[in-house]
Design a protein around this ligand. Sequence first.
Ligand code: SF4
Length: 77
Amino acid sequence: MKVWIDQDLCTGDGICVEIAPDVFALLDDGLAYVKEGGNILSEPGGVQGLAPVPDGKEDGVIESAEECPGECIFIEI
Ligand code: SF4
């Protein structure tokens, strides 16, 4: 499973970070980004920030995508 966020649609509410803090992070620009290892994929983000979901974190990513009010968390299998 891989995941990316479309920051153009992100509302910055932080729900994804609450649900899956190992996968998502909020930055000072008020938007959420995907993390890969210790890195936040914010430059440039978007589909360029596509990253593998760590083992065991899949359920949190799916729940985040379901709860995301911006409908901007995209999962690729
Ligand atoms: S849940 Fe969606 S809208 Fe909210 S911060 Fe995360 S990516 Fe952005």
